[in-house]
Design a protein around this ligand. Structure first.
Ligand SMILES: [Cu+2]
Length: 176
């Protein structure tokens, strides 16, 4: 009995250590919601480099950015987003029309297996429409990401300054 008890304690200690290390490296990654079932555990998407830009007081919309990594064995898609600061969250891409870069709504974002997909100023981004309040620098708000296969992920979005172009730590290895 004593041996079993000791083994349990060691196991618990290892698990706690692993969690602490993990959260240190990827602070914004949040555990899947409780609705996750065994059938969905093979599909996993992690979010990092999450941030949003502060908005002027009267702004109707704001932008948020993040990086997604699909660690599952099969392709997935980001298909919906929700945030309490926004009446409607859209996915946008940038296209050139008559020589001018304009935003265009897209209904999903492809997440190839094993790859990183980056949203950043000038490219794909999350558009927070119908803001319920201005996004103020230093604020943090929750954002729910919904995927075609992976379980929903809730992330915390820190708000950077209005002129910010990138999050504090930039991962450049993904941009062609
Ligand atoms: Cu947009």
């Amino acid at each position: 009995m004593q041996l079993t008890k000791n083994f349990f304690i060691v196991t618990a200690a290892v698990l706690v250590g692993a969690c602490a290390q993990d959260s240190g490296q990827e602070a914004q990654r949040i555990a899947p919601t409780q609705t996750q079932t065994q059938a969905q555990t093979s599909a996993q998407v992690q979010a990092s480099s999450i941030w949003a830009r502060a908005t002027p007081p009267a702004a109707q919309a704001g932008a948020a950015y993040l990086q997604l990594h699909n660690s599952g064995a099969e392709a997935d898609r980001l298909v919906a987003l929700e945030a309490p600061v926004s009446g409607r969250v859209e996915l946008h891409t940038m296209v050139t029309r008559d020589g001018v870069m304009v935003m265009r709504k897209i209904d999903h974002l492809e997440l190839p297996a094993g790859e990183d997909v980056v949203m950043a100023p000038g490219g794909n981004h999350i558009m927070l429409m119908e803001l319920t309040r201005p996004l103020v620098e230093g604020d943090v708000f929750p954002l729910t990401l919904k995927f075609e296969h992976a379980s929903p992920v809730v992330v915390s979005v820190p708000v950077a300054s209005m002129g910010a172009m990138e999050p504090p730590a930039v991962d450049r290895e993904e941009n062609p």
